[in-house]
Design a protein around this ligand. Structure first.
Ligand code: NAX
Length: 328
């Protein structure tokens, strides 16, 4: 077996944490031969609940789980971590304006960015799930000047997986036959799920569907509003699927995306596809050995252009707002 990998999870006592930790501990991320050391961060009032979760982790007797450490100090919990999954965030509560939300999360992600900068391992990779994910990742990145910008990503893999699932249901294809799905832009209602480059068993997905009305009026809004539909049905926001997507994204980042396919990840733009440099925006990317590369050369028609631009404009607004708040 190989040497242990240290994985930090924030918001570990939350809903997503409750699904995520057991999958991490059981080897879903690194496989059966790599021991994992979990480092779990919570706010002080949630530490007792987190102790209960750790009792359950113990009770699973996972052979791959090497150790678990919990705490409320990011400088301690992030010490030497190779991967940090930033899940914990301040949810939007009643009466909270968007500026309040950005400010509350700004406080969390500035502190965590600084702590990662100080104490994380040299090879650290950071995946942000907590919302607003793209902008939280931007804040953490800007507060960690010694960590290369490409080590920060935000989660749009859940949107990507939702898009695959919807396309499979529409066409009767198997999810495994669908490749080259893309989510562009922000993990928000403005996101653009793009099937014009997607393939179903090697055939162009938009051509297989053959129904622009469905793409515009059904597919795109269903994917973009899926989170709200789950809250409506379940009385709580998506958790197991978000945990699963967090694992998918981290696994592919560290171990590589499949041949002849790509994944969606929000990464610091290099200006590709007209997305302003530095914004953390979702792109089609291929991954290998912990590095990602934006897929180049895709043709973007007018329909797609307008939707990418709208979502990217929202990201630029969020960046301007957190700049004004002095968070970056
Ligand atoms: P919960 O409210 O159940 O859990 C969040 C946990 O984070 C709580 O236990 C809280 O104590 C903890 N926390 C708050 N501040 C913290 C800090 N400074 N340090 C460490 N822990 C802290 O939320 P949950 O349902 O688990 O969702 C977590 C985040 O994921 C939310 O921001 C949510 O909006 C976001 N999501 C993102 C998705 C994505 O695709 N990117 C989809 C699912 C989810 O909505």
């Amino acid at each position: 077996s190989t040497s242990p990998v240290k994985v930090a999870v924030t918001g570990a006592a939350g809903q997503i944490g409750y699904s995520l930790l057991f999958r991490l501990a059981s080897g879903s991320l690194l496989g059966p031969d790599t021991p994992i050391q979990l480092r779990l961060l919570e706010i002080t009032p949630a530490l007792k609940a987190l102790e209960g979760v750790v009792m359950e982790l113990d009770d699973c007797a996972f052979p791959t789980l090497d150790s678990v450490e919990i705490g409320d100090d990011p400088n301690h919990i992030f010490d030497g971590v190779n991967l940090a999954l930033l899940v914990g965030a301040r949810p939007r509560t009643k009466g909270m304006e968007r500026g309040d939300l950005l400010e509350a999360n700004g406080a969390i992600f500035t502190a965590q960015g600084k702590a990662l900068n100080e104490v994380a391992a040299d090879d650290v990779r950071i995946g942000v799930t907590g919302n607003p994910a793209n902008t939280n990742a931007l804040i953490a990145m800007k507060n960690a000047p010694n960590i290369p910008a490409e080590r920060f990503t935000a989660l749009t893999r859940l949107d990507h997986n939702r898009a695959i699932s919807q396309l499979a249901a529409k066409t009767g294809a198997k999810v495994a036959d669908i490749s080259k799905m893309t989510i562009w832009g922000n993990h928000s209602a403005t996101q653009y799920p793009d099937i014009f480059h997607a393939e179903i068993a090697g055939r162009n997905a938009a051509e297989v569907v053959g129904d622009q009305g469905w793409i515009e009026n059904d597919f795109i809004p269903t994917v973009a509003k899926r989170g709200a539909a789950i809250i409506e049905a379940r009385g709580a926001s998506s958790a197991a699927s978000a945990a699963s997507a967090t694992i998918d994204a981290a696994r592919d980042w560290l171990r590589g995306s499949a041949e002849n396919d790509w994944v969606s990840m929000a990464v610091a733009s290099d200006g590709s596809y007209g997305v302003p440099e530095g914004l953390i925006s979702s792109f089609p990317v291929t991954t290998k050995n912990g590095d990602w590369e934006i897929v180049q050369g895709l043709e973007i028609d007018e329909f797609s252009r307008a939707r990418i631009d709208a979502s990217v404009a929202e990201l630029a607004e969020e960046r301007d707002a957190v700049t004004q708040l002095g968070l970056i």
